[in-house]
Design a protein around this ligand. Structure first.
Ligand SMILES: C[S@@+](CC[C@H](N)C(=O)[O-])C[C@H]1O[C@@H](n2cnc3c(N)ncnc32)[C@H](O)[C@@H]1O
Length: 289
């Protein structure tokens, strides 16, 4: 039987399933120096606050180191999500945009899987887009480009497919969200920018760490409020193992087509495994139900 192509892709770029063994630890020590784990742990403290940039500068100091660290944390997520992308290849159009692309693992996979498409990745950290370009060069991909830009700076438009993975919680700065109103405002801004990039018939695939039911339906609600419709038949939950912890990401498919806006709320909540919001919940989600 043929291997799934995302595994071929992993093999090509050196993404490996982590074993968490002593021999793996020693192998990383030999490749990246004795402080390979401590330096990322220390830099990781910045992730919870202002110093996100420092974390990515350390992690993305070299492509191989970044690939090793991403494999350690994200292998199981990449495997599950990219297999879904393979199975739903029809969602990927001629122009594809990856928001918050980091070192371009997902971006390069979309380009590799869709050689006829033009793929763009944007990230706010310069080191990340430089490493992403290196990864594309390693794979001899000619159909992918990267730009160092935040969401409000990026001027591209007309994308048929926009994708974001593990992006929203960092882009809104979860720790700085003090209230539901802040959450609503920040997510609305993100949704507005994303909508601006889309072609008339574009789809937005968001696969995100949304911490609780309130955040999930606020995200759905803000997407709808800016003009997206939600296609519940492509929504779901990805349960994956992040180091030794269980994580859950919500997969939401939004179309630049409000006709999908009236998707049955119970079906949507079931797909996303959240409780149906009560009448005090965010209003738009319930509008017209
Ligand atoms: C957890 S990483 C996820 C990377 C990638 N999507 C993946 O799944 O491998 C989040 C990325 O979002 C980027 N980011 C955060 N806020 C951003 C913003 N406002 N504009 C562009 N990129 C941003 C970070 O620099 C980081 O690379």
């Amino acid at each position: 039987m043929n291997k799934p192509s995302c595994i071929d892709f992993f093999n090509k770029i050196g993404i490996r399933k982590p074993r968490f063994t002593r021999s793996e630890y020693v192998e990383h020590q030999q490749r990246f120096g004795s402080d390979w784990m401590t330096k990322i742990d220390l830099a990781g403290e910045g992730l919870s606050g202002k110093n996100m940039e420092e974390f990515y500068k350390v992690k993305n100091s070299s492509l191989d180191y970044a690939i090793a660290i991403n494999s350690l944390y994200y292998y199981d997520f990449y495997r599950q999500f990219l297999e879904i992308c393979e199975r739903r290849k029809q969602l990927f159009g001629d122009r594809i945009l990856d928001l918050g692309c980091d070192i371009g693992i997902t971006t390069c996979f979309y380009a590799w899987m869709n050689p006829e498409s033009q793929v763009f990745g944007i990230d706010i950290i310069k080191e990340s887009t430089l490493r992403a370009q290196e990864l594309a060069n390693r794979l001899s991909l000619k159909n992918v480009k990267f730009e160092c830009a935040s969401l409000d700076e990026f001027e591209g438009t007309g994308f048929d497919t926009v994708v974001s993975t593990a992006f929203v919680h960092e882009a809104i700065g979860v720790k700085s969200i003090a209230s539901e109103v802040d959450l609503y405002k920040s997510l609305t801004k993100l949704a507005q920018h994303t909508w601006r990039y889309m072609s008339d018939s574009g789809v937005y695939i968001s696969c995100e760490r949304l911490v609780d039911d309130m955040t999930v339906f606020t995200w759905i609600d803000t997407l709808r409020s800016v003009g997206f419709g939600i296609d519940s038949s492509h929504c779901g939950v990805i349960k994956w193992k992040e180091m030794n912890e269980q994580s859950e990401f919500r997969l939401v498919l939004a179309k630049n087509d409000l006709a999908f806006g009236n998707a049955d709320i119970d079906i949507l909540c079931k797909a996303l495994r959240i409780k149906r919001p009560d009448k005090h919940g965010i209003g738009l989600l319930l509008a017209g139900q």
